[in-house]
Design a protein around this ligand. Structure first.
Ligand SMILES: [Ca+2]
Ligand SMILES: [Ca+2]
Length: 300
């Protein structure tokens, strides 16, 4: 059998912590640069030892049509992996040809399809009612077995609040992992200052007029956001998404994983004051899930 990947790891393979690229692509932008530890200390993949680089770098993607794309993080150099990633899908969003589950090898810039499975609405409804474990495979490809646990989502919308000392930089939200496909709405308030060089008291809208952006985190959307504004990240390892909370955001989560909240400042150690985040999470409508987007937030 020929190996999936070459013996030398590709440059983009090493991201222990990264942000997803544009929707519909599975490229990863590694989080690097000054202050990266504040973005990367929560929800990272443990460093793996002694892996065989020729083994595939596994991703499971779930989608329908062109704009509904949801995915796991990358399990590097593995023939077997348990993701524990949760996806929420409105029944009305499932097209007649079903949902497409694709297992990919993300090694390098050209992902390779290992196998695909289609799931129709009837299969999912039956599984949720009587036999939650679906065991799937794609004998035409290289996908021997893909196990999926299906359950009906019955939880109502949930809310939480998170106070933070802005000296912490980032904090994990006191909340269960977000499911891919959920609608996350966050608004922030607060009063703080973020450096001895500029003693102005600000709030999560950050500094106006692009002042001091040189102290922002390097990765977009943080690089272009107002300095000192609120931020949020959702996801695990190399499949996180970043959101500016200046002072609010609302989005369809593309990945599943912990929610992290914080302040867009690479040097939080000299900060003073506090911020409060109000988080509201709910299931998407069929239209939101299919489009991968929702209406913008309203600042309160
Ligand atoms: Ca590999
Ligand atoms: Ca600072």
């Amino acid at each position: 059998m020929s190996p999936w990947d070459g013996p030398i790891p590709q440059p983009t393979d090493g991201a222990e912590c990264g942000l997803l690229g544009l929707a519909g692509t599975i490229l990863v932008n590694p989080i690097a640069g000054k202050g990266a530890e504040y973005l990367c200390r929560i929800g990272n993949r443990p460093r793996q030892q002694e892996r065989d680089p020729t083994a595939p770098d596994l991703i499971v993607a779930l989608g329908a049509g062109v704009t509904a794309n949801y995915q796991t993080y990358t399990a590097r150099d593995s023939f077997y992996h348990v993701f524990h990633s949760e996806f929420v899908v409105p029944l009305d969003a499932i097209p007649l040809d079903g949902l497409l589950l694709t297992v990919l090898d993300r090694d390098g810039s050209q992902p390779e399809v290992i196998g695909t499975v289609r799931l129709d609405r009837g299969q999912l409804v039956t599984a949720a009612r009587s036999n939650p474990l679906l065991s799937l495979g794609d004998p035409r490809g290289g996908l021997q077995r893909l196990e999926l646990v299906v359950s009906a989502l019955t939880t109502p919308p949930e809310t939480t609040t998170a106070p933070m000392n802005v000296r912490s930089g980032t904090v994990p939200a006191n909340f269960r992992p977000i499911r891919a496909g959920e609608i996350v709405d966050i608004s922030a308030t607060g009063r703080y200052r973020i450096g001895s060089w500029n003693g102005a008291w600000i709030d999560p809208r950050g500094y106006p007029n692009g002042v001091a952006r040189g102290y922002n985190f390097d990765n977009e959307p943080f690089r272009s956001a107002p300095h000192g504004s609120g931020l949020a990240m959702v996801g695990s390892a190399d499949a996180k998404t970043g959101h500016s909370v200046a002072p609010c955001t609302r989005f369809v989560s593309r990945a599943s994983g912990p929610l992290v909240l914080g302040i867009n400042d690479t040097e939080p150690g000299n900060n003073e004051g506090s911020a409060q985040f109000a988080v509201h999470v709910r299931a998407p409508t069929a239209a939101e899930w299919l489009a991968g987007r929702t209406a913008p937030c309203l600042a309160r």
